[in-house]
Design a protein around this ligand. Structure first.
Ligand code: FES
Length: 83
């Protein structure tokens, strides 16, 4: 590494998702989230917090393989619309 080269101080948590943007933000209208909840069988929408989902920002269950492999305890944010 020569002076001026980018050398991250820490390992990146996000390895692959939309690396072309400076800050990865997802915005949702709460009414759309409620509509999504109501359309699902168990009235929930799960958002990924492990950064490994192929359906990011939605959880696709990839955290299970990560947890099994590493002993970590990651899981999604689950939003439920109770009737
Ligand atoms: Fe990332 Fe489920 S896939 S939390």
């Amino acid at each position: 590494i020569t002076e001026g080269e980018h050398q991250p101080k820490h390992e990146h948590i996000n390895k692959t998702i939309r690396k072309d943007v400076d800050k990865l933000v997802d915005k949702y209208d709460i009414e759309d989230v409620i509509t999504q909840c109501n359309a699902s069988q168990n009235k929930t929408v799960s958002y990924c917090r492990c950064w490994k989902s192929k359906k990011f920002p939605l959880c696709d269950g990839s955290h299970n393989a990560w947890n099994k492999e590493t002993g970590d305890n990651l899981g999604p944010l689950v939003i439920t619309n109770k009737p």
